[in-house]
Design a protein around this ligand. Structure first.
Ligand SMILES: [Zn+2]
Length: 391
């Protein structure tokens, strides 16, 4: 039996702890009257709830988001010992008052000890991705029966959350995460009684920009040039007088320099998509540099132009969500590239007719997803491009 170990707050509630210590103890005790400890799974909260002035419904937020906002406003969170939960408040850039309660690593630590004392060994975590990263050290130590090593909670690195500013398919990384520092005090029973933040952590920040007008569509083609598909694509674009953007791979461009030239001659945009399509977040910094610089030199040799448009392989729509993804595009930003993402990702890698593909794109654009459409004109066996044009 899986039971929430925290409250859910809805319309009209007042700011209050998410899992007050006394409530948590009583809640577990009363559950145990009905369910045997071996069958009970408690779902621990690992998130924040934010009561914002003027909004009747509180908002569930990631720990990282609240901490970044507190860092911005130079406002310290307070671990309320009696409640065993953390309280935070700040005024945002629009003048809205935020009153948040959080379940940070310290709360989880104390709750797990309470469960263990009561013989409940099974617990789950709610809202993964919303958690204080220190929770993993807590779980590792408590489940092995170790006393908490305070140092393990000291550094707070918000690597699984990115603060996205603005809207649009273009991505400009602004900063990497800043490491927070905190100290904890424990009682003789091993529970955390106090948490002090010496430095507040801050998530990486990315500016999104370049949103087009509604119903305006930009067609982009990745992974080419391909000896057959790209000329066929260019023919259709020419005949329909449609401009496109081509994000080419260095190794394909080297094999088809004339097609690269044709892309520019016929008035399309040309961008780099690396030399060999690696996952740039997974390769070494020196390999990443070679991927970018060799493609730049090659395209420069073919076109006599400096290509400043770039799209990262395996980029997701909506902007990066981990600091690793931000780290991999940061050198490109510093080198002056314009980093293009996408809004609409139709599944052009599965077999469907041009009409089906066009319908899917139009459907997504009409839901205001944005207008930059990712298609593929290269990629060999996996990719079978079917252009979204009728006639
Ligand atoms: Zn690609």
């Amino acid at each position: 039996m899986i039971v929430n170990g925290y409250h859910e707050y809805w319309l009209g509630s007042a700011p209050q702890p998410l899992a007050d210590k006394r409530w948590f103890d009583t809640h577990i005790a009363s559950l145990q009257e009905h369910v045997s400890p071996g069958k009970l799974v408690i779902e621990l909260g690992t998130h924040a709830v934010d009561w914002i002035s003027g909004r009747p419904r509180p908002v569930v937020q990631p720990f990282a988001r609240i901490m970044s906002a507190l860092a911005d406003q130079q406002s310290l969170p307070e671990f309320v010992t009696e409640a065993g939960n953390t309280r935070a408040s700040y005024v945002d850039g629009q003048g809205l008052q935020h009153r948040a309660w959080m379940l940070e690593a310290a709360s989880a630590h104390n709750q797990i000890l309470t469960l263990q004392k009561r013989g409940v060994t099974a617990f789950g975590l709610s809202g993964l991705g919303y958690e204080d990263p220190g929770i993993w050290a807590v779980i590792d130590q408590t489940t092995r029966g170790l006393n908490l090593h305070g140092e393990s909670l000291k550094n707070v690195v918000l690597s699984n959350y990115v603060e996205l500013l603005g809207h649009g398919p273009f991505v400009a990384p602004i900063s990497m995460p800043e490491v927070g520092k905190r100290a904890v005090e424990t009682t003789s029973a091993g529970k955390i009684s106090a948490v002090f933040y010496e430095e507040l952590p801050r998530a990486s920040i990315v500016q999104l920009y370049g949103a087009g007008a509604p119903n305006q569509v930009v067609l982009t083609f990745d992974d080419g040039p391909h000896p057959q598909h790209t000329p066929a694509t260019l023919d259709i674009l020419r005949d329909t007088q449609t401009p496109g953007s081509f994000f080419v791979l260095g190794n394909n461009a080297a094999a088809a320099p004339d097609i690269v030239k044709r892309i520019l001659t016929e008035g399309h945009e040309l961008g780099s998509h690396t030399y060999s399509h690696p996952n740039m977040g997974e390769v070494s910094a020196s390999r990443a540099k070679v991927e970018i610089n060799s493609t730049q030199l090659l395209l420069n040799g073919i076109t006599r132009k400096n290509i400043r448009l770039y799209r990262e392989p395996y980029m997701r729509s909506g902007g990066p969500i981990t600091s690793k993804e931000v780290a991999s595009i940061m050198p490109l930003e510093k080198a002056g590239y314009i980093i293009a993402g996408m809004d609409v990702v139709p599944r052009d890698w599965i077999t469907q007719t041009a009409d089906e593909l066009a319908d899917e794109i139009i459907r997504q654009v009409e839901t205001n997803a944005g207008g930059v459409v990712l298609l593929h004109d290269g990629g060999g066996i996996k990719v079978r491009p079917l252009l979204p044009y009728r006639g």
